[in-house]
Design a protein around this ligand. Structure first.
Ligand SMILES: Cc1cc2nc3c(=O)[nH]c(=O)nc-3n(C[C@H](O)[C@H](O)[C@H](O)COP(=O)(O)OP(=O)(O)OC[C@H]3O[C@@H](n4cnc5c(N)ncnc54)[C@H](O)[C@@H]3O)c2cc1C
Length: 435
């Protein structure tokens, strides 16, 4: 039996990052990745506050040197009102990080995994975690490796292995994404061409919940373009017998704003799909076991928050693990529970804004239909919202600190997980209630 302190399952951003933190803290870490790299993954637009984590694990300079396309803000536009607004990170409440980048995930994930190796992590690849046996004093993996703690960072596929872990919302409340790649056409020739573009569109005049399209330049030539629909809307297309490529091209025709940023409407490869992706977990710590990243939960990607949440959950897990190790080496569920509580706050902060985005059409109503910079009050509101788009969720004076009691109507199952702690920033909540 080969012995390590900690095993990590999955080398996405969450898994490689937690492995870096723990190895740098002196733990003997083994990381299992089932796929050969480079491998495809969606989730290409990062958030500026991820710089904090890249710095902490010594990875920031490598990201700067990689020449990724820079992103200075997020531009939202509506095909219904034809209005748009750019949220610039430098205008957020704490403009510590005025830019970040978009990344081709095959390259980025391989870079981060290489960095984990350099940090001293033992990497097994391709090597799937197939069998996990828990004992009072150890976890045995694939009958071959003994560790004190297992960190599950194996992405959304985890639902199959742990059906009890997830609350999957109903179809009204969930979304499906389809996407492909197109040749990038720069609209202005300035660095603002790197903004992530989010274009709201609607099936018909009655639809109040927006569908949306993204455009994200993942390198100097290629634009990632995708569409996110409520799953029941997507199912409607499928019932008509349409293929993914048919649906993708039909949706592309609906978003002329996105088309301005591609030089051909012919996709470079077949469309891919992520079906009903939003999930909330019931329990993410167990005896000698923690779930992080998408394996812990996944929110709709409208605010590009997936990788950021994954990185932050890795950071939180590493801190709690370090605290639990000393002085007793206690990896019981009780010792790990603080991770679950901190993680839920982070997840919840994004989750409720996603709910508002759909249920109240937050962006169109608050920031597109009226001038979001018209007075001091709305300017402040816009700055606060920009902070969310920057990933600024734990600065002392961030929007998240000014929370009030929630009056959001949420899925009862989700409320059961989060309790009644649902909350909104005071000002934003008042505005939303007035819509
Ligand atoms: C439509 C869509 C658009 C998105 N857009 C964005 C965006 O713009 N920005 C953003 O930040 N996020 C976005 N996301 C979210 C993003 O894709 C994820 O949040 C992110 O990839 C999660 O990282 P992770 O490390 O948790 O998991 P993953 O990246 O999924 O990595 C998990 C790894 O575990 C490995 N694995 C699985 N099982 C095993 C096993 N048994 N043994 C060993 N290895 C295993 C897998 O091979 C994989 O490499 C988007 C998601 C969707 C669905």
């Amino acid at each position: 039996m080969k012995r390590f302190d900690i095993a990590v399952c999955g080398a996405g951003p969450a898994g490689s990052t937690v492995a870096c933190y723990l190895s740098r803290a002196g733990y003997d870490v083994i990381l299992f990745e089932q796929a050969e790299f480079p491998r495809h993954q969606i989730g290409e637009s990062l958030l500026p506050f991820s710089w904090k984590i890249f710095e902490e694990i010594g990875f920031a300079q490598k990201v700067r040197d990689a020449g990724f396309v820079q992103k200075f803000g997020a531009t939202f536009h509506s095909e219904r009102s034809k209005a748009g607004h750019s949220f610039l990170f430098e205008k957020s409440v704490n403009p510590l990080f005025p830019s970040i980048c978009h990344v081709p995930r095959d390259k980025f994930d391989a870079m981060l995994l290489d960095h984990a190796r350099e940090c001293g992590v033992t990497v097994m690849q391709p090597h799937a975690v197939r069998k996990v046996d828990k004992h009072p004093d150890q976890v045995v993996i694939n009958d071959e490796f003994s560790v004190k703690l297992l960190i599950r960072a194996n992405g959304i596929t985890n639902q199959q292995a742990h059906p009890d872990c997830y609350i999957q919302n109903d179809q009204e409340d969930n979304a499906t994404g389809i996407y492909s790649y197109f040749p990038w056409k720069r609209r202005t020739g300035t660095n603002r061409d790197g903004d992530v573009l989010i274009d709201l569109f609607y099936e018909n005049d009655e639809q109040t919940t927006p569908s949306w399209a993204w455009a994200i330049p993942i390198n100097e030539e290629v634009m990632s373009v995708g569409y996110v629909l409520r799953t029941h809307v997507f199912a409607g297309y499928r019932k008509e017998g349409k293929s993914l490529n048919d649906i993708g091209q039909e949706l592309l025709a609906r978003v002329p704003f996105i088309q301005e940023s591609i030089s051909s409407t012919l996709p470079m490869e077949d469309y891919r799909m992520r079906f009903n992706f939003q999930r909330v977990s019931r329990q993410i710590v167990h005896e000698r076991e923690i779930f992080i990243g998408d394996a812990a939960g996944f929110i709709d990607p409208v605010f590009s928050s997936g990788v950021h949440i994954g990185l932050n959950s890795a950071r939180m897990a590493a801190k709690i693990i370090q605290a639990a190790q000393l002085p007793s080496g206690d990896f019981s569920q009780a010792a790990l529970l603080p991770f679950q509580m901190t993680y839920r706050r982070l997840f919840w902060n994004y989750y409720r804004f996603v709910k508002l985005f759909y249920e109240k059409n937050l962006v169109e109503n608050l920031f597109l239909l009226t001038d979001p910079e018209r007075d001091d009050y709305t300017r402040q509101l816009t700055r606060e919202f920009t902070s969310i788009l920057s990933g600024d969720v734990d600065s002392p004076n961030s929007i998240i600190r000014s929370l009030d009691t929630a009056r959001l109507t949420i899925n009862p199952e989700v409320r059961e997980v989060f309790g009644s702690a649902a909350a909104l920033p005071v000002k934003l909540e008042t505005e939303v209630n007035n819509i």
